[in-house]
Design a protein around this ligand. Sequence first.
Ligand SMILES: O=P(O)(O)OC[C@H]1O[C@H](O)[C@H](O)[C@@H](O)[C@@H]1O
Length: 546
Amino acid sequence: MSELTNSAVWHELVGHAERLCATNLNELFQQQPERAEELSVEALDLFLDFSKQRVDSPVLASLHRLARQCGFEQWRERLFAGEAVNHTEGRAAYHMALRCLDDTPMRVDGDNVVPLVAAVRDRFCAFAEAVRGGQWTGASGDVIRDVVNIGIGGSDLGPRMVCQALAPYCDGPRSHFVANVDGAELSDTLVGLDPAQTLFIITSKTFTTQETMANAHAARRWLVGRLGEAAVARHFVAVSTNADAVQSFGIAADNMFEFWDWVGGRYSLWSAVGVSIAVAMGAERFVELLSGAQAMDRHFATTEGADNLPLTLGLLAVWNTNFLNCPTQVLAPYSQRLQRFPAWAQQLEMESNGKSVDRDGVALDYRTTPVLWGDVGTNAQHAYFQMLHQGTDVNPVDFVLPLAADHELHEQQKLLIANCLAQGAALMRGKDADTVRAELSAQGLRGTELDAAVPHRVFSGNRPSNTLLMPRVDPFHLGALLALYEHRTFVQSVIWNINAFDQWGVELGKQLAKSVVSALDGEVAELDPSTRALVARVSEGVGFQR
Ligand SMILES: O=P(O)(O)OC[C@H]1O[C@H](O)[C@H](O)[C@@H](O)[C@@H]1O
């Protein structure tokens, strides 16, 4: 047994879960009439209602004791002090320094990185403004109309999601994102683009990622084939920590924006990785995004206990995962603008906390991250919400609801809001057999027909959810929302005693992809019999042509 699962507070929480098994949420509201007011927390106009979670005051008190026992305050201090919390890579996880917009020193290995960060930000923001203003032109003097970010994982998901979420603020050149090594994405993107008016931003922390390099070289060939080699300097810039690889690719140091190894890929949209955002919506709005995140950092770093929003969200997730044994966690943004938010959060959460050994490498005897998934409401209601309401597993939902619309279709906004609130209510309340029976009887059903119909229409209810209200999807509040989820992820990692900032689990597949490429090229490669047989089959021309 681990120290964690053997601790008194862990046992206490297991006991609470057993106790609450017999109580449903509707009863909890009867026992605690002020529950809706009491089980809520607000920061920066983000209002979290967690009264529909299966918790009561003793559970919350134990969860906060668990956080103390796991050294939450000390770990938070170490994170904000720039210590090497990512110990398997010997690095800090200091994305908060990227959104430090004042002179507060933030040190990594004794060096204040804030001036360095500000200098690079000034450079890439000035570049973004020059592209937007038409001072940075293509090789033939044309204004840039289309910007293509080529990157994958953290070098894609963040900027792609932000540009979609803040589309109404994007008044610069059109932005495009290419991630997949499947050439279909790049080919489709290039259709209709004029090379003379197109700028490529090659975004890769390592500048060695196979997919990004393949797409970058293909884009380079496309451009050089039309405008000649000399045009590369005006049509390609890079964002990376690897200056040598950028130069070998043929991008001059002047056209590279750097970041640092203490910025994890999935935490990097705040760095020069966000240059595509700055080009799309302007430096001022990009800085607004940063300031929302910085405000959430301050809230997280300085607010104690139950008033701390990311801490609350993190502890609720731990409760649902480890004590109520919920297998997955659903994200349901009720906002078309936030369509890519679940994809971004998937990398954030599952790449950070998808671990099965603790910080010392010892196998865990408790679960870490559940599967995180979801899509926008109301679409998701007409797809998989059936399972959320009546399936055998209980999957807690985070409803994220921006209130103000940025369009004139106010009646539809009302419908959107109503649907979001109704889904949380339905998951919680359910509908019992007596109610169903009465409804069906009123419709004239009788006897065996009635008996047969009832079970299919019963909802067990008692299914937990959070409702997170935000005023609107604007740069400041989006920044705050994203930082909230980043810190929630960190809180969970502290409870689980795992390193949230490495991702060794993605390496093996990358290595094996190289072996498979060799095998497809007819070279000898060490492969298991199953994969060798598949290679032989695709090489014979079934669905694959060299
Ligand atoms: O930015 P890059 O170095 O190209 O990395 C892109 C992505 O690929 C890696 O495999 C990691 O799993 C991600 O954390 C990273 O964001």
